[in-house]
Design a protein around this ligand. Structure first.
Ligand code: PLP
Length: 386
């Protein structure tokens, strides 16, 4: 690959992760074990939640959480359209219906107004997604959920760490799920975490992540474990592994340091782009702090002679990798056909999506990399300005 090409994302892997991984390989214990338990404990402490359960992905975390909520066939769960399809897919696993709703114009987060419109007697839960790392308005969502007896699962795949009115994301709703996928702010290649203050939900998720066997089943081949186990429910194979924890433990130690790097990059972008009339920057509300997992911008297409595809092509041609987050769920073939969804019911997402673009933002970027993104992007916008 061209060494001058700036990847859209690169995990922040240093000698610490490599040494920890080698230590695990030499230990002979590769699957869920002592390092997984330590990672859960340290993550739990970092978030300030009562229980944290490590699993194989956000998708597994979300599936287990909805199972613990008791979601059944034909139940309804409210999901915003501006997300990765996993948020809606976990609802389909139950034969339940994801009720896909539009988002707020400024934050691209789910809005209370849309939740209110979507509420029916079948509604059982809401999955707010903290788009790009900026928390949703959780106070009003939790108040509404309480009033209507709904469970809330926060999709915090982007928000490690993020703050809502001074509170760290991870303890507000019934359950908060994080992702440690390769592109996320803490990466274990693949992985996820369930955080909850509800002991019953925690217990159910811990059992169901490993075949529905009792809690300490992972120990059955260790010196202190027992060969005997009982299956209490047909669970899943969703456990985390010590190989993943070998990346997670060192990453967790520098999670705030990595956040600071992203904040600095975001500040540089914002300063460099604030006077351009060809793009609109993402709004961050004053009572929230974003993780800056994404740096989304919107192209002001009415000011440009070309569309997004051409802009992305030119960025790539100039060695700058970018992303698009996200093609709205309601536009994906399966969801639009199965649930008969139409752009006209999603005026915000449908009009913003064709203009969206995410710039690279990660701790491994050098100052030169950041300047290159700024210069290349600014030049392209200037070249195609009407
Ligand atoms: C990445 C992502 C997921 C899925 O995470 P996995 O760990 O890959 O299962 C879910 N929701 C959002 C918003 C995401 O960005």
């Amino acid at each position: 690959m061209n060494k001058d090409y700036l990847l859209f994302h690169r995990p922040f892997i240093t000698e610490e992760e490599i040494n920890e991984m080698v230590d695990t390989l030499r230990s002979g214990w590769l699957s869920m074990g002592p390092k997984t338990i330590r990672f859960e404990e340290e993550f739990n402490k970092y978030i300030g939640s009562k229980k944290s359960i490590a699993v194989s992905s956000w998708t597994a975390a979300g599936h287990l959480s909805l199972e613990a909520f008791g979601i059944q066939r034909d139940d309804e769960v409210i999901v915003p359209t501006m997300t990765f399809p996993a948020t809606a897919e976990i609802v389909c696993y139950f034969g339940a219906k994801p009720v896909i709703v539009d988002v707020e114009e400024d934050t691209l987060n789910i809005s209370l107004k849309e939740i209110e419109k979507a509420l029916t007697p079948k509604t059982k839960a809401i999955i707010p997604v903290h788009y790009g790392g900026q928390p949703c308005d959780m106070d009003e969502i939790m108040e509404f959920a309480k009033l209507h007896n709904l469970k809330v699962l926060e999709d915090a795949a982007h928000s490690l760490p993020a703050f809502y009115k001074g509170r760290k994301i991870g303890t507000i709703a019934d359950v908060t799920c994080f992702s440690f996928y390769a592109t996320k702010t803490l990466s274990t290649g693949e992985g996820g975490m369930i955080c909850t203050n509800d002991e019953e939900i925690a217990e159910r998720c811990a059992i169901m992540r490993l075949h529905g066997i009792n809690r300490d089943a992972w120990k059955r081949y260790s010196e202190s474990g027992s060969w005997y186990y009982e299956v209490v429910a047909p669970g899943f194979k969703y456990n985390f592994t010590d190989l993943q924890a070998s990346l997670g433990l060192p990453q967790l130690k520098k999670v705030d340091e990595m956040w600071n790097s992203r904040k600095q990059i975001a500040a540089k972008y914002t300063e460099a782009f604030k006077d351009l009339d060809t793009i609109t920057l993402h709004t961050i509300k004053s009572d929230r702090e974003s993780s800056w997992h994404l740096y989304p911008v919107r192209l002001n297409l009415e000011m440009l002679r070309v569309g997004r595809a051409q802009i992305i092509e030119e960025l790539k041609h100039n060695n700058v990798g970018v992303g698009v987050h996200f093609m709205p769920v309601h536009q994906h073939l399966f969801y639009s056909e199965t649930f008969k969804l139409d752009d006209k019911n999603y005026p915000v997402a449908s009009s913003v999506f064709p203009r969206l673009l995410s710039l690279p933002i990660y701790p491994g970027m050098t100052e030169k990399n950041v300047e290159k993104v700024i210069n290349v992007f600014t030049d392209i916008l200037k070249k195609y300005r009407k």
